[in-house]
Structures are given as C-alpha cells and as structure tokens.
Design a protein around this ligand. Structure first.
Ligand code: BES
Ligand code: MN
Ligand code: ZN
Length: 475
C-alpha cells in the first residue's frame, strides 16, 4: 500500500444517510447506501460499521460512523467510536464533508477520537499506541484549523494528566510529582517547596498529612503569565499520591484505586499546560498540594490539632479526611500571598460525591453565582459534566470544634449527613471571601471502563473544563 493511503477511511454519516451515493476522499462508493441498508444502519451517534475493501492500492477498510443529530455531544461519541474501532490501524482518514461542521463540532469529534485512543501500559512488552495518524477531510480547512489546534493541545494535556494519574504510587511520590510537573510545564516557572520549606513557611496541613510517609510532602507552584487584563486565576489541585486513610485506615477494597487521589492536581497541571500551549492572554497559577497519606509511627493521630498556613487551627478527628487539610494550606496561600482574583480547586475529595451524582458528573460548589455559571457553561461545552451543589449554611456548625478553629469532619452527633457539602464548607473557610469554586471529582476522576472518550483508569477530568473556562475568560 502506498505510504499516503490510510489503512482505513471513515465516513461520518448523519442519522438518515443520504441514499444518492457519497463521495469518499474523491472516490465514489455507489453501493454504500445498499450496504448500510443491509446492515440496518441507523446512524446513531457512535454506531460503527466496517467494510473490508479489496481494491488494489486503496484503503483496507471503509468505516461508516453514525453522528446522530450532529451535535457536539454526538460528534464526540462518534470520534471516540471511530478511534476505538480503528485501534489496529496505524492511519485513518475521516471524511467529514457530509457533516455540518463548525469549530465546536470539529473540536468535539477530534477530542473524542484523540482521547479514546489514549493508552497506558506497564507490560514488559507493552505495545505503543497503534493509531499514529488521523487525517480529517473537511470542506474549509483554513477556517477550522484554530479549533483543530485547540483540540490537539487539550487532548495532549489530558493525556499527560492521565499518565500522571495512572502512574503507580510505587513510583509516584510527592517529589516525583513535583519533578513531573516541572517536566510537563517546561518553559514555565515551576517551584517546588520541599518539607523544610513547608515547615519554614508554616504549611502545617500539608506537613501533617505527609508526616506518616517516608516520602515527604511537596507544594508545587507553577505560573503562566500570558498578560491580559491583569486578573490572576489560581487553580488548586489535591495531590494525594496515595491515600491509605492514614491511621483512620481505609478497608482494603476502598484503597485499591487510591493512586488516583491526585487527579485534581493532575488536572490543574494539565490545564496550565494547555493554557500555555494555546497562549491565552491571562495569568494562571497552578498549586498542587502533594502528600502521601500513610499510617506509621510518625503519622498524625486522630485528635491532633494542626496549624494551617495563615494560622487557623484544625482538630483532626479523621485522618482519612486528608484532602481538605492539604487543600486548606494551598487555598490560604492563594488568598494571602497570590492575591488571587478567582480560585478554583479540583479534588477527589469525598466518596459521598459519586453516591449523589454518579461517576460522570463532578459536584460544583461555588461562593459566586457568576463563576458557577461560567464553569457550568464550560462543563457543558467541554463534555466534562458538572452539577451545582449547595453550600448549606446550616451545616457549617457541624465543623465547630471546642478546642480549635475547626474540626476536619462534620460532627456525626448532628446527623446532618451531606459529607460532600461539609467538606466544601471546610474549604471555603480558607478562601478569604474571594470568588471561589470547588469541583469534587471523586466520581469522574477515574473510570472503571473504556467509555466514549474516557479510558479505563485516570480520566484527566478537569483539563478540558478548566481550559474551556479560561478560554472564555480570556476572550
Ligand atoms: N480520597 C478520598 C475520597 C474518595 C473516595 C475519592 C472514593 C475517590 C473515591 C478522601 O480522602 C476520603 O477518604 N474521604 C472520606 C472523608 C470522610 C472521612 C469524612 C470519605 O469520603 O469517606
Ligand atoms: Mn482520604
Ligand atoms: Zn483522599
């Protein structure tokens, strides 16, 4: 086969395929309507039919993919379906000329295809990703090029975030995460506070969570300054490189997936990479509060009182509610030192969140309605779904401690439940009244199976949503 002939040609078809023959990369496939009829093709989003091709010098396969109503949601599904089906092909040409395209639709299709072709393996003879080249055939390439560039940058950044999440904790120490952040964000200013610097500067929450591990904690800080109107956005990510629960030890089944407890940190690092690659005119700092939560002779104990950055004290009644402890330091730092104009944190914070919303929606908490609307719009547009949750003021009393400024879990005697809400209320205490939002991604941060554009394991949830939001904010 000639080098420039793809292994497979994909034809994107709307729900009702036209029956007057369709041009495929300049060639006519007059029998396609009949083939589709025989296969009872409906054209539903993501429906895939593959037809082997025998002709000399042509592609080995013709693939038809349904695009349903042609919406971005449907095209994202279609892109993912094509990429999955084409995994054995090294190259792919997709004819999108029959589709009513705009930037958003092209972007959705491309992101679906690129994100679904992500793979992670640590097998001895692990195969590299099969799909190497995707050619998109569109009517007006020049007009769509910017959307394509954005899709590629965001998919790359999401893949980088997934790699961080999927890395086993044997390798993934807080120090490793700092070094990986510096590597990923090559060209930006990245500083990593080690345990001595954390002690010097008073980051008592990060230190307390990390003190049970032989692998000391870190605070990762990275800034991209693209100018703009001088507004400073601070993104904060939970970076627990493994969460055993500490002395409030988790049952073994609950611990299995806890290498992914730094998914929020991965998301803010990935988003910063994408924002820099897109050259957005805005200033963004990413903070990742990184620690390994381990039980040991040096671990913090239930009943300990710790002092956070900025001086607030917290009575630690459950060492498994550790995410809020590391985040509190980072939020206080964003408020007091970075003079953030807006703060958004991303965290695999509470097991209660997927109980409420399932595995595909993040819980969005916000102190500011405008910010909440912006983030919900970005969630909708990016395909990373979120649902707004209430900051119920009545529940704040559940965090009162008789001996410290706060307790780290809601007082069970009050029987208020709503563990995701009390966790969010705890975080709010450290934001200094600045516009702030919190994404609890305990559900969507990882996936148990390949599903549309998601791949089993870390999803990189947050990269697409945050980048979309920052695109709109800086436009
Ligand atoms: N990392 C967990 C939350 C989590 C659970 C994420 C399941 C993803 C899947 C967090 O640190 C945690 O342990 N939270 C506790 C809080 C509780 C002790 C108040 C929880 O949700 O059980
Ligand atoms: Mn925990
Ligand atoms: Zn955790």
């Amino acid at each position: 086969m000639a080098a420039d002939v793809p292994d497979a040609v994909v034809l994107a078809l709307p729900t009702q395929p036209a029956d007057d023959g369709v041009a495929v990369l300049g060639e006519s496939v007059p029998d396609l309507p009949e083939l589709l009829r025989r296969e009872s093709a409906k054209g539903e989003a993501g429906e895939v039919l593959a037809f082997p091709q025998a002709g000399e010098g042509g592609p080995e396969r013709l693939v038809a993919v349904g695009i349903g109503d042609g919406s971005p949601v449907a095209l994202r599904k279609a892109g993912a379906a094509v990429a999955r089906r084409a995994k054995s092909s090294a190259s792919l040409a997709v004819d999108l000329r029959g589709v009513a395209l705009d930037g958003d639709r092209l972007r959705a299709f491309t992101e679906g295809a690129l994100l679904a072709s992500y793979g992670y393996t640590r097998k001895q003879n692990g195969a590299p990703r099969a799909l190497q080249t995707v050619t998109l055939v569109v009517a007006d390439p020049a007009e769509l090029q910017p959307a394509l560039d954005r899709a590629v940058a965001i998919s790359r950044a999401t893949a980088a975030a997934r790699d961080l999440v999927n890395t086993p904790s044997l390798e993934k120490t807080p120090d490793w995460l700092g070094a990986s952040a510096a590597r990923l964000l090559d060209g930006l200013t990245v500083t990593v506070r080690d345990e001595a610097a954390l002690a010097r500067d008073g980051f008592g929450g990060i230190l307390a969570v990390g003190q049970g591990s032989t692998r000391p904690p870190r605070l990762i800080e990275a800034t991209y300054d693209g100018g703009g109107n001088g507004r400073h956005v601070v993104l904060v990510g939970k970076g627990i490189t493994f969460d055993t629960g500490g002395l409030s030890l988790k049952p073994s089944d609950s611990m299995v997936a806890m290498k992914t407890d730094m998914g929020g940190g991965a998301a803010v690092l990935g988003a910063l990479r994408a924002v820099a690659d897109l050259g957005l005119p805005i200033k963004v700092t990413a903070l990742v509060a990184a620690a390994e939560n381990m039980p040991s002779g040096t671990a913090q104990r239930p009943g300990d009182v710790i002092r956070h950055y900025g001086g607030r004290t917290v009575e630690v009644l459950n060492t498994d509610a550790e995410g809020r402890l590391v985040l509190a330091d980072a939020l206080a730092y964003a408020d007091r030192d970075l003079a953030a104009d807006v703060i958004v944190d991303v965290a695999t914070l509470t097991g209660a969140m997927p109980v409420a919303l399932g595995k595909r929606h993040a819980g969005l908490f916000a102190s500011d309605d405008v910010l909440a609307e912006q983030l919900l719009a970005a969630a909708e547009a990016s395909g990373e779904r979120a649902w707004r949750m209430p900051l119920v003021e009545d529940y704040r009393q559940a965090l009162d401690s008789p001996i410290a400024d706060l307790r780290n879990i809601g007082q069970p005697k009050l029987k208020l439940q709503g563990g995701s809400i009390t966790a969010a209320l705890f975080l709010r205490e450290f934001t200094g009244g600045r516009p702030w939002a919190h994404l609890d991604i305990a559900g969507p941060g990882r996936s148990d199976a390949d599903d549309d554009e998601l791949t089993k394991g870390g999803t990189g949830y947050g990269v697409r949503l945050l980048t979309r939001w920052l695109e709109a904010l800086s436009a």
